[in-house]
Ligand binder design. Sequence first.
Ligand SMILES: Cc1cc2nc3c(=O)[nH]c(=O)nc-3n(C[C@H](O)[C@H](O)[C@H](O)COP(=O)(O)OP(=O)(O)OC[C@H]3O[C@@H](n4cnc5c(N)ncnc54)[C@H](O)[C@@H]3O)c2cc1C
Ligand code: SF4
Length: 814
Amino acid sequence: MAKTRLVIVGNGMAPGRMLEHLFEAAPEAFDVTIFNAEPRVNYDRIMLSPVLSGEKTYDSIVIHGDDWYARHGVTLHKGQRVTGIDRVARTVTSDAGVSAAYDTLVIATGSDPFIIPVPGRDLPGVRAYRDLDDVEAMLAAADRGGRAVVIGGGLLGLEAAAGLRARGMDVTVLHLTPTLMDRQLDPAAGYLLEKALTARGIEIRCGADTKAILGDTRVTGVELKDGTVIDASLVVMAVGIRPNTLLARAAGLEVNRGIVVDDGMVTSDPAILSLGECAEVGGRVYGLVAPLYDMARVAADRLTGGDAAFRHSEVPTKLKVTGCDLYSVGDFADGPDREEIVLRDAARGAYRRVVLKDNRIIGAVLYGDTADGAWFNDLLKKGVDVSGMRETLIFGQAFQGGGQMDPVAAVAALPDDTEICGCNGVCKGRVVAAITEKGLTSLDDVRAHTKASASCGSCTGLVENLMSATLGDAFNANAVKSMCGCTPLGHGEVRRLIKAKGLKSIPAVMQELEWSTSGGCAKCRPALNYYLVADWPGEYEDDGQSRFINERVHANIQKDGTYSVVPRMWGGLTSAQELRAIADVVEKFDIPTVKVTGGQRIDMLGVKKEDLPAVWADLGQAGFVSGHAYAKGLRTVKTCVGSQWCRFGTQDSTGLGVKLERFLWGSWTPAKVKLAVSGCPRNCAEATCKDVGIVCVDSGYEIHYAGAAGLDIKGTEVLGLVKTEEEAIEVTAALIQMYREQGYYLERIYKWARRVGYQVVREQILEDAGKRREYYDRFVLSQTFAQSDPWSERVSGKDKHEFKPLAALQPELV
Ligand SMILES: Cc1cc2nc3c(=O)[nH]c(=O)nc-3n(C[C@H](O)[C@H](O)[C@H](O)COP(=O)(O)OP(=O)(O)OC[C@H]3O[C@@H](n4cnc5c(N)ncnc54)[C@H](O)[C@@H]3O)c2cc1C
Ligand code: SF4
């Protein structure tokens, strides 16, 4: 059967979700072509603010990468704006002159930011806040410093202001009405928000009416109607959005505020659907994703022959500014037929207001403590008569029925159809079903399977409580969440914030992230030291006192208190001169045991602590450097004899092993890293149980990774096949760098890869040459500061005081 030709104009969040539903329901039914004015794939626009503030990167907010389109046979015309629809011929044409014929057309052109018509609005340095280009322009401006003026104190304006402040700019917010976010917050909550933003250094001017933007060749300031002039090197306009209906109007479709559609998302032309911010349904247009995702579900259902219908429901608002917790939902305007219940807690800066009509909640505003937001919203949506709980309603769900419930019991008591994740419209029943049916035990798993808490993330706590309620002891939220007893933050959060806040020392991390201890502990100090070494090569100075004993003394401590010393033998090769030097050292220092290790190196066991510097000095004289056999770093590259000697060898596995070891040595990693290279699939170097293994084959090099042969035994995953040694080295280095940047301290590669997803690793390292190169370049940069031999440094007197540890740090067991 011929496929339906489906053409989509716009590649935003709404049609992206529609296609996911469509490919799930009817993977073979559609031949899809997309035109997108933005020159990129579909990304999570909600997350632009965390990208601006530095808490996320663009890569991490991509929803569908290039390979996703390829996998589903979608033709994506990036950077092409559709300029005309011919409804008779059923074709669309882009500004690049490309035409596409459709059986069904979907218009999803989103919104245009509203630019207030003041003089100077076209000057360079004046930006809207809508897409990645805007974010990049703001970041470039922030690099130059100076003052940013944000016009508009709504959700977007405040997120922009907080992001620019986090990037080091002075920021002033101009807002026309007397309180911030006046469409979502009442004045009391607006006041608390203003206080919190002012405390973090953002100047707020409410009642400020912009008269003109000043400057000749680029923006220099903003003039208000009262004559005030504020200097500015950047002006961000965030005063509202308008549905982008230009194309639909020109094509003669019915357009009101948005493109008019029925409850099946069909426009006035039955061959054309519309969804997203550009569509008007039931007389309403929407600017938050939850209803747009509903539209996506309905449109996909209709396209596959169903009869789903869109229904309006209230969408809660949350602000994505770390530390400003607010939640508002519904209608909370004053009125003669309405009552309100208010709770203020001045000491905690908390505020709650619930608006009732006929004993039912019609609106709620929470500031400070927003944990009960979902519960109030649930009561609102269901129109529950709250007369029976009026006395305690405002205290939240935990206080219903007498004593205070703990948050886990509270979430357990919620009905199955309670919405948990507003962005993705995921209800409690779906999360619980996914956890029990698919055996999910981690937050990442729940995110991957249900999308709950995968967008703005503000329901993460609720999802975790739900996991506790469902899994009981099998879910240890603290183990997932907290790095150690010194902080409630998890490894992922700490890594993110180190980058986002530009923290470059252990005291800075502890102060800024509010550590509860003065100097950390044996768990967090080595982890922080690693994160700082990995994130700020060349800028951060390694803190020896924060390393485990083995790394402090550059040798392995053994059970009798002596040490073992392993010199590096590149790729497992050695020579008469090296062997002689080792023999001399063994005799000279009366070393009792010499052993060949599993990684093809020679281990000298039983070296007395006081002899270590002299042992290193003698080995150094013979040309040896440390084998890092003690390190959370690159240890060995094991090889077979390969094509040089073996009858079966297809490539020079020994030579490649040597090159890899010489290139990678000295790099610090979250946990130890071991490699192997085998010359043919007989695999004598046992490459398929290593962190990274290369198996040479006739056509090139098969790269494996994520194997384990310790406490866990696990065969490797195949990353892919490359043709040349150079490519094999680039892929290996990029893979290790990705792990260095994302791994949690002590998390081996196989655990990291399982956590982030094999497909994600494959996409970034094998399929995306640009990204691979970026990882590779960052690895190379880092190595310029890493490849110094700790033994020779120690011999020359560095870290003389190393045996005075701050904490009793234990060596890793695995
Ligand atoms: C900074 C920011 C923060 C946000 N935060 C939140 C939040 O916390 N919670 C929330 O629910 N929502 C939030 N939103 C709103 C949310 O992102 C939008 O509602 C959603 O992305 C709209 O999706 P869409 O598919 O309708 O349109 P868009 O994602 O805007 O996509 C429209 C696409 O169509 C393209 N296009 C337009 N015209 C044409 C044409 N003629 N030819 C080809 N392509 C065209 C555009 O280039 C654009 O890429 C935020 C938005 C921004 C900008
Ligand atoms: S892996 Fe192949 S090439 Fe290497 S030693 Fe074994 S048989 Fe020879």
